[in-house]
Design a protein around this ligand. Structure first.
Ligand SMILES: [Zn+2]
Ligand SMILES: [Zn+2]
Length: 157
């Protein structure tokens, strides 16, 4: 694998206790549909991208980790629970949660993995009725969430 780019990106958990910086990504941004990723993320899949260790640093705090199988660690913020990384001990990169980056829209997906566990709901996303945005449907609720948000960067470490 090579590098996708040399763009400096930052990210972290929802509460801001854990922050990281990545100086360029590997060329493997992907979705993993395996059952372990579904459980670890509490979701349909994990969206991950590798960053070489030389290009990576935790800039605030240290995540906790769960060893989900031998030599495999899955990291998360102990304060807010955000899933942050997947890594193979002795590997040359850390895989970070794409959704934890401050600008996840800047990371194009390259492929998906573990198709045997891909949930059937995934193939029907485009058929779901569109209920619009919270901002349109519930402006008071959206304003309250904004005014009382404990999400980074409203609260930094
Ligand atoms: Zn946190
Ligand atoms: Zn997986």
């Amino acid at each position: 694998m090579d590098k996708l780019d040399d763009i400096v990106r930052t990210g972290g958990c929802q509460c801001g206790a854990i922050r990281f910086r990545a100086n360029g990504l590997r060329d493997n941004p992907h979705l993993c549909h395996c059952r372990m990723c579904q459980k670890a993320y509490g979701n349909f899949f994990a969206a991950l991208v590798g960053v070489f260790w030389d290009d990576f640093e935790w800039t605030c705090g240290e995540p906790a980790a769960f060893e989900s199988s031998q030599g495999i660690k899955r990291g998360f913020c102990q304060m807010c629970g955000t899933p942050l990384f997947f890594l193979r001990e002795g590997g040359e990169h850390i895989s970070l949660s794409i959704g934890a980056f401050d600008d996840p829209a800047s990371i194009p997906l390259a492929f998906e993995l573990s198709m045997e566990s891909k949930l059937p709901q995934m193939s029907r996303l485009s058929e779901l009725p569109n209920f619009g945005t919270t901002e349109d449907d519930d402006p008071e609720g959206a304003a309250l969430a904004r005014a009382t948000s404990r999400q980074h960067p409203d609260h930094d470490c």
